[in-house]
Design a protein. Structure first.
Length: 382
């Protein structure tokens, strides 16, 4: 998944006034508005015609960020971002929509649709040209991806006392967090009606070494009671980027469209992601090769598979090696190629779970989800 400053909602960037390659359209009397956008021409290639998700993946994105100076110490800000997909199954999404206040050394507070608090850590390894970012999945781990109705408090430099030491606390009210999508007030089968969630994260840029470390925890309400723990480390200095992430999650019950019984409880997932990148500068542009290893698994997968899913033996949800190249012509234009070397077996739950929404699926469909995929893309952004 593409690492892009536009895709990470950090109020400090808004206060600084410039999202990556954005266009300033208004700056007067303490009020400032920037627009930004992206066209991502993208296609997935595989070696099977029935590969799930094969073909055109082109998207277009438009966003706005603004700020207003209230006093010398208080600034208001807001952000909105919208994306539309092309192709036969085109759809649209409001990615971000939030507003807040920044109090300088005392931190910032905002509310709306925003990143889950653990995105701070999953972004360490979510830097590949196209793939990766499997930990940023609210179905597996709580508050790791964009979520509606979240109130977030963030503090940078620990009240101005420690440079690079950041922390955040977040509360989600009936958001679309891990396994809470159907836990509304009409779902009383287990006597619970809560889809709330909360989480916290702390990370630190260690002095001027280029090293950053962080840890976080999140938990949802409702009868599935999803929890997630995470630790991460990254090194970003000169042209070298190295990162590692460990995630662990637990849900009281299995996924929707999986086990048909209520006796399958304590679904436990864990995973780790390793990424290495190196930038090479040319007279025109910059080439960044990358390599990564991603693996996420569930404990005792057969307990959480769909009823009658014969032959399921493997616990891996995702397992692959990724090799990619990004070429930045300039700050506005990029070309990418990303090769996902899929290590899933047809007996792994990860090869079947994506098919659980259908009533029936064939052996050829299962095999298709274990095949390698190449992504080719051209990105224009402003």
């Amino acid at each position: 998944m593409k690492r892009n400053l536009l895709a990470i909602a950090i109020p400090a960037l808004l206060i600084a006034g410039a999202a990556n390659a954005s266009i300033e359209v208004w700056n007067k009397d303490g009020n400032k508005v920037d627009f930004y956008g992206r066209v991502y021409a993208l296609n997935y290639l595989t070696d099977r015609n029935n590969q799930a998700g094969e073909g055109d993946k082109t998207t277009a994105r438009l966003g706005m960020s603004g700020q207003t100076q209230i006093t010398d110490a208080i600034t208001g800000y807001g952000r909105w971002e919208y994306e539309t997909n092309t192709g036969k199954k085109s759809d649209n999404e409001t990615r971000y929509a939030f507003a807040g206040l920044n109090f300088g050394d005392f931190g910032s507070f905002d509310y709306g649709r925003n990143d889950g608090v653990l995105k701070t850590l999953t972004s360490y390894t979510d830097v590949l040209p196209e793939f990766g970012g499997d930990a940023s999945n609210n179905d597996l781990y709580a508050l790791t991806d964009r979520t509606k109705a979240v109130a977030t408090y963030r503090n940078s430099d620990f009240f101005g006392l420690v440079n690079g030491l950041r922390f955040a606390v977040q509360y989600a009210d009936n958001g679309d967090n891990s396994s809470t999508q159907n836990l509304n007030k009409s779902d009383r089968s287990n006597g619970h009606d809560s889809a709330e969630a909360w989480g916290t994260v702390v990370d630190w840029d260690v002095l001027d070494t280029g090293l950053s470390v962080g840890a976080g925890y999140a938990q949802t309400g409702g009868h599935k009671d999803a929890k997630a723990w995470s630790v991460g480390i990254k090194y970003d200095n000169d042209n070298l980027y190295l990162a590692a992430l460990y995630m662990q999650g637990k849900q009281k019950y299995g996924w929707d469209n999986a086990s048909t019984t209520k006796s399958a409880d304590d679904l436990k997932t864990k995973g780790f992601e390793l990424v290495a990148q190196y930038g090479i500068d040319f007279e025109i542009g910059r080439l960044t090769p990358s390599v990564a290893y991603i693996q996420h698994k569930v404990q005792d997968a057969s307990s959480f598979s769909r009823s009658g899913d014969a032959g399921l033996k493997g616990n891996d949800l995702a397992k692959y090696v990724d090799v990619g190249l990004t070429y930045d012509f300039n700050k506005n234009l990029q070309a990418i190629i990303d090769y996902k070397i899929n290590l899933l077996d047809k007996d792994d739950i990860g090869a079947r779970r994506a098919l659980y929404d259908g009533e029936r699926f064939s052996t050829s469909q299962i095999k298709a989800t274990t095949k390698d995929t190449v992504a080719l893309g051209l990105i224009y952004q402003f």
